[in-house]
Design a protein around this ligand. Structure first.
Ligand code: 13P
Ligand code: SF4
Length: 303
């Protein structure tokens, strides 16, 4: 089958199964091209919670498909490659989280959506990189536990007037970016606006112009009158950046900014997934009910 035939078959099957195809901004270009909705974690969670389609095909990583299953319990949720995970989400265990709760009994747990449904179920509220400061400020408490990303945690801590207890997790893709690499890129393109994801290390975030989620970066560039941008996040974002802004230029630091898990889903897999209606992602009811409470508390906060 040619790529064109595969795409046609995917669209035909999606229609037959009444399926909505969601793709994260880091997915392969051809997957983003064929999706009904592309976006950051927050936008995709909202799309999953609002759709009236029967099936959600989530082109992203496991925690994202789990969130869709939690928010839309009456839908069939498919993740074309079940092996697409997020190493950072795996850095929290229920036992260690319980121990941290006992250490700080007055601090509610704010879970970045890059966590398993089980972890969300043990947390008080979720956040994404697009709304983290708003979520933490919405809480009346003077102290909070922020899991699992220490870099996002540090960023939040510097923007809120609360004591923040940080979990020592990190994203292996963003955390390895060196200050030297971003500085070299800035020296090479001194007239470019520099945007970074909050999962980058604090010393990198200190020298950039704006710290944004992937959806926030896309919005910023669309609305900006500037023509050149340095982008410090996974390279998949280039697909939407180029589509939205054919007249603008994008530069990346000299760094392998690729999340292998985000690249696992191929067009062939997406087709097989729609042919077999597998692999389905389900979350046990007890976990789902508690995780939904944390996600819905987050979604209730005005954007
Ligand atoms: P966004 O919510 O900003 O898209 O980020 C998700 C993610 O996995 C970043 O590594
Ligand atoms: Fe997880 Fe990092 Fe990949 Fe995002 S980029 S899915 S945080 S490993």
């Amino acid at each position: 089958m040619t790529e064109q035939q595969i795409k046609q078959e995917i669209l035909k099957l999606a229609k037959e199964h009444d399926a909505l195809i969601l793709a994260h901004n880091y997915q392969r270009d051809e997957i983003q091209d064929i999706a009904d909705v592309t976006g950051d974690s927050l936008a995709l969670s909202i799309a999953a919670s609002k759709t009236d389609k029967k099936v959600i095909v989530f082109c992203g990583v496991h925690f994202m498909a789990e969130s869709a299953a939690v928010l839309a319990p009456d839908k069939i949720v498919l993740l074309p490659d079940q092996g697409a995970g997020c190493p950072m989400a795996d850095m929290v265990t229920p036992e260690a989280l319980q121990a941290m709760r006992e250490e700080y009994p007055d601090a509610p747990v704010v879970a970045y959506v890059n966590t398993s449904a089980e972890t969300k179920a043990l947390s008080d509220i979720c956040c994404t990189s697009a709304n983290a400061v708003k979520v933490v400020n919405s809480l009346p408490d003077k102290e909070v536990i922020l899991i699992p990303d220490r870099n996002l945690g540090n960023y939040i801590a510097s923007h809120v007037d609360k004591t923040c207890h940080l979990w020592p997790g990190f994203c292996p893709v963003h955390d390895q970016l060196h200050l030297k690499q971003i500085q070299a890129c800035r020296e090479e393109h001194p007239d470019a606006v520099c945007l970074a994801h909050p999962e980058c290390p604090p010393e990198v975030l200190e020298v950039v112009d704006h710290i944004l989620s992937t959806g926030g970066m896309l919005e910023y560039v669309r609305n900006s009158s500037e023509k050149k941008f340095i982008i410090a996040t996974e390279r998949g974002i280039l697909c939407q950046l180029r589509k939205d802004n054919p007249d603008k230029e994008f530069f990346f630091p000299e760094y392998e900014f690729i999340c292998e898990d985000m690249k696992k889903i191929t067009l062939e897999q997406l087709l097989t997934c729609l042919q077999t209606m597998q692999p389905q992602i389900t979350v046990p009811e007890e976990i789902s009910t508690a995780a939904r409470r944390s996600l819905e508390r987050m979604l209730a906060i005005p954007r």
